[in-house]
Design a protein around this ligand. Structure first.
Ligand SMILES: NC(=O)c1ccc[n+]([C@@H]2O[C@H](COP(=O)([O-])OP(=O)(O)OC[C@H]3O[C@@H](n4cnc5c(N)ncnc54)[C@H](O)[C@@H]3O)[C@@H](O)[C@H]2O)c1
Length: 350
């Protein structure tokens, strides 16, 4: 089967039309479209245009207010809380990241909490933005209490959301970017597998009875199965990270911690920005991180590997390739996008 392949700018133009049609101001429509397509560009299709249809439904059901503007509350010298007002998560999270940068520029270190926000997409995007300003960025997110999909270590029912952690640190070359869930994978990856009619790898999922399964459909049945915490037999580590992310993103931000009965679904996030020269001379920092990078890159590769990659390197490579060759959209996602476009009267690229 030949899948549709679109240039990134075409895809972004298309995505933008959806958000405009839903009543968003052009700036917000641009932001959301750019963020989604950026996820496709770097290879995280789970957080790309596959979300358009989900967002259309969320606007229709009133969960996303496409016109809402984020507000800054409770502002201190190096802290702030951003209220997303249940508008676009991408718009609110960019606001929070930029505020963290501005405050860290003054104070050396800053933390911004985000609550009442919808889905922010790829969490790495916001810490990458912080690293562009010669700062280290950290972010911790939960689902604002709802949409629990991950079983705690030793349990067989969902109690946590996938609770991602993202760190980004500048180097003299490309920034190091770690952008990972504390579960074995993002829920969106399971959704992509389901859309592609593929099985999940072993050790990722349990069904509603707690039996190991490779069927991605188990996350979408009632009662639902669960994703497992990161770490397999050593899942107590991913589980521990997930719990602490929930505390930082859920309780500390003024949002909610994960709970199977929680009704709110969105993203709550704590974002930290650390200015490098608030701690060490810049020359020292760059010399050391650059040495670290070359030590890692010069490591002989293990059996079955071609080379050692840095965290963030795979995304950069995929981006080069996709910017040159276009982005392939799976059949099911494309079918859903076409259908939604028709309903909203959106013209499609030839
Ligand atoms: N908004 C939300 O609620 C939400 C929730 C969960 C996940 N997410 C996003 O989903 C995305 C996917 O998360 P995931 O954990 O499934 O991603 P993943 O398992 O693909 O891990 C990605 C990370 O691992 C690194 N990596 C991958 N292969 C590597 C290799 N061979 N060597 C070294 N490093 C390597 C990448 O550079 C990146 O930092 C992330 O962008 C995350 O922010 C968002």
């Amino acid at each position: 089967v030949k899948l549709p392949v679109l240039r990134a700018d075409e895809l972004q133009g298309l995505a933008r039309q959806f958000f405009l049609a839903l009543g968003s101001p052009p700036e917000a429509a641009d932001r959301v479209a750019a963020s989604l397509v950026r996820s496709n560009i770097v290879g995280h299709d789970s957080h790309g245009v596959i979300r358009i249809v989900q967002y259309v439904k969320a606007v229709r059901s009133g969960r996303i207010d496409p016109r809402a503007e984020p507000e800054v509350e409770q502002e201190g010298q190096c802290t702030a809380r951003v209220n997303g007002n249940w508008g676009w998560g991408q718009v609110a999270a960019w606001r929070a990241a930029q505020l963290a940068v501005a405050k860290a520029r003054q104070a050396g270190i800053a933390g911004v909490a985000l609550y009442r926000s919808n889905h922010v997409g790829r969490v790495g995007e916001y810490v990458e933005e912080i690293a562009r300003h010669e700062m280290i960025g950290l972010a911790f997110a939960n689902n604002h209490g709802g949409a629990v999909q991950v079983a705690p270590f030793g349990g067989r029912a969902a109690r946590l959301s996938t609770n991602p952690i993202a760190f980004c640190a500048p180097t003299s070359g490309f920034p190091i970017l770690v952008d990972i869930t504390s579960s074995v994978a993002a829920e969106g990856k399971i959704r992509v597998l389901r859309n592609q009619g593929k099985q999940a790898p072993e050790g990722w999922l349990v069904d509603a009875e707690g039996n190991p399964t490779t069927d991605p459909g188990v996350l979408y049945t009632t009662p639902a199965g669960a994703l497992l915490p990161l770490g397999g037999a050593l899942g107590h580590k991913g589980y521990g990270l997930g719990v602490m992310v929930d505390v930082l993103a859920g309780a500390l931000t003024g949002a909610l911690c994960s709970h199977p009965e929680a009704k709110t679904v969105g993203n709550a996030m704590l974002i930290l920005a650390i200015r490098i020269d608030a701690f060490a001379p810049k020359e020292h920092y760059y010399e050391e991180v650059d040495k670290l990078v070359s030590a890692l890159k010069s490591c002989p590769s293990a059996k079955g590997f071609k080379e050692v990659l840095l965290p963030g390197e795979i995304e950069r490579r995929v981006a080069e390739q996709r910017l040159a060759q276009g982005i392939e959209i799976d059949d099911e996602t494309w079918r859903e996008i076409l259908q939604a476009a028709q309903e909203l009267g959106i013209a499609l690229p030839a």
